[in-house]
Ligand binder design. Sequence first.
Ligand code: NAD
Ligand code: IPM
Ligand code: MN
Length: 372
Amino acid sequence: SQPYSLLILPGDGIGPEVMAEVRKVIDWFQANRGMRFDVSEDLVGGAAYDRHGTPLADATMAKAQQVDAVLLGAVGGPAYDSLDFSVKPERGLLRLRKEMDLFANLRPAQCFDALADFSSLKREVVAGLDILIVRELTSGVYFGEPRGIHADDNNPDNEGGRVGINTQRYTSGEIRRVARAAFDLARKRSNRVCSMEKANVMESGILWREEVQWVHDNEYPDVELTHMYADNGAMQLVRRPSQFDVIVTDNLFGDILSDAAAMLTGSLGMLPSASLGAPMANGRPKAMYEPVHGSAPDIAGQGKANPIACILSFAMALRYSLGEGAAADELERAVEKVLADGVRTADLMGPEGGTPVSTAQMGDHIVAALAG
Ligand code: NAD
Ligand code: IPM
Ligand code: MN
């Protein structure tokens, strides 16, 4: 059979540091589990801008469309913050998501038992937690038109004379397809979906609620569906997160709610994600796998970053793109074992302290745990 084709885009800041540890894991599966990988690596974000003057070269975009899975580290950083909006590192990431049409972003938040005391919430609130946020990723206020910064000429009362515009826009079709993804996933879990929007103040929120309900009533009546305003949802996530199974929400609310969910697991450095699109010719979805965290400029270059979010993102690639569910389980168990053994990067240090391991040491421990 063909080797699995992977495009690795390490990006900026801690991106290359955490991705180096994923490479060790890929090498291990290649050497020990008879898997063959055809890996190519390319630039994205600030690194691509430095080389090509654009955060994503067309050739890289074309390559991403062809592989079984894209693995992305992180993009952005202070060196690029003053660049023109059109060439900011983040634009490269958004172009990948949009042109690959990766509309369903799966952000699982699982609290490993060994980390229940490191969450900023009480152990009894987070122990055993296993929720999945399904974030719409290719529409909403991130992409809606009109957008821009304009002179506000006809408004003499506007001090400064400018206006910044973004548009929250959703079509019924965009809502239905991400709702289906959420209901399908719920059927493999605890069969419950909570949809979050602000139907009390936004027409796009009213449409969201109606369309999610329509998909439920017509196609998934067996799944339990509830609706919640997103502000209450944020509060409920930290009050009693275990009430949720699958949460489905829009692009912006999903971005914010998933960072909040990260702290339930102990650290943003723990949260993986899968960005999935429509099935390709081989029946598997177009896909990119990316940790939820960013380039962490405050710790970049110091060997302090936690590589687990990126490694667990690769586990999701094994499961959703490569049909290697058993290997995904094996990798997740290796991470769990290392944490149970007390191995911690600096972000996972509790009040009692201890000596943190480096990014590379954490990767080595996980590979050693794989080997058993
Ligand atoms: P961030 O996620 O980079 O960092 C937030 C905090 O979490 C920092 O204190 C950081 O040190 C810590 N952190 C993040 N990942 C960690 C890890 N793996 N191990 C240990 N600690 C970790 O968010 P930010 O500081 O708001 O953004 C920095 C840059 O990253 C910005 O340019 C932003 O646009 C970009 N960003 C990119 C992505 C992405 O590429 N997917 C996601 C979020 C932010
Ligand atoms: C994320 C990030 C991105 C987003 C940025 C870097 C474009 O915060 O993946 O969560 O807002 O989607
Ligand atoms: Mn984010």
